[in-house]
Design a binder for this molecule. Structure first.
Ligand code: GLP
Length: 245
């Protein structure tokens, strides 16, 4: 795992966006794996800016999102469909954008079909990831199998509490999600893991210990040969001098 420590959230976002833009310029028909949450927002802002001001062209690019809540209508303000539409897809035209359907009547079928689509059109050339404070990636919670493909995951209490800030109450936070599994994530050619802020410090410290354990999902990334962690000073948690960069 390559570790790049940057000064703050903005630098993390710029660095991530520049890696993605470089890939899109080199391969205009590439596949991007996308994430939700607060972490990638700045990256998406940078991509939109690059599209507008430098004409970076995404018209041949396909995207796959990691996850979606089960049971939230697609047009719900907190669905990941709405999030992606508002934060990226309404600003940049892509060739195809895929997000799991959390409203599917047969969720197991939905999971199988999403994985098959990923195999057919993917895998992602670059997969963007955030990390939960409990080490989750996508919605793969502590204890999730490292071998799993797309599946329905029951959300951890820690995750529901963390995401309650977006809902009227904790009870309103969905209890399940459809998520790409760890094995689906590891199919990507390259993985960009982003972390910013003091509330991610403990997760990053645990990740950098380098011990693989299913109770800490992000540690599965040690099974992948091309992972770059872009982490800001607060999340890294140690005094590092990034002034030379
Ligand atoms: C969410 C998402 C993850 C995200 C994580 C961290 O629940 N399912 O994909 O990486 O939690 O969120 P944030 O970036 O807001 O800290």
């Amino acid at each position: 795992m390559e570790v790049i420590v940057v000064k703050n959230y903005e630098e993390m976002s710029r660095k991530a966006a520049s890696i993605i833009e470089e890939k899109v310029n080199a391969d205009p028909e590439c596949v991007l794996g996308l994430a939700t949450g607060g972490t990638p927002l700045g990256t998406y802002e940078q991509l939109i800016e690059g599209h507008r001001s430098r004409g970076i062209d995404y018209s041949g690019v396909t995207t796959f999102n990691l996850d979606e809540y089960v049971g939230l209508p697609r047009d719900h303000s907190q669905s990941y469909h709405t999030f992606m539409q508002e934060q990226l897809f309404s600003h940049i035209p892509f060739l195809n954008t895929y997000i799991p359907n959390g409203e599917a009547e047969d969720l197991d079928k939905e999971c199988r079909e999403y994985e098959a689509l990923l195999d057919k059109e993917g895998p992602a050339n670059i997969q963007l990831l955030g990390i939960g404070s409990n080490g989750h990636i996508g919605f793969n919670e502590p204890g999730a199998s490292f071998e799993a493909g797309t599946h329905v995951e029951e959300l951890d209490q820690v995750t529901r509490e963390a995401n309650a800030r977006f809902f009227p109450s904790l009870e309103a936070v969905p209890t399940e999600a459809v998520t790409m599994g760890i094995a689906s994530i590891l199919k990507s050619e390259e993985i960009l893991l982003l972390a910013s802020g003091a509330n991610k410090q403990e997760a990053i410290r645990r990740l950098l210990k380098g011990e693989m354990e299913e109770m800490f999902p992000a540690s599965a990334l040690y099974n992948h040969k091309h992972v770059t962690l872009i982490v800001d000073e607060e999340a890294y948690g140690k005094d590092v001098d990034t002034s030379a960069e």
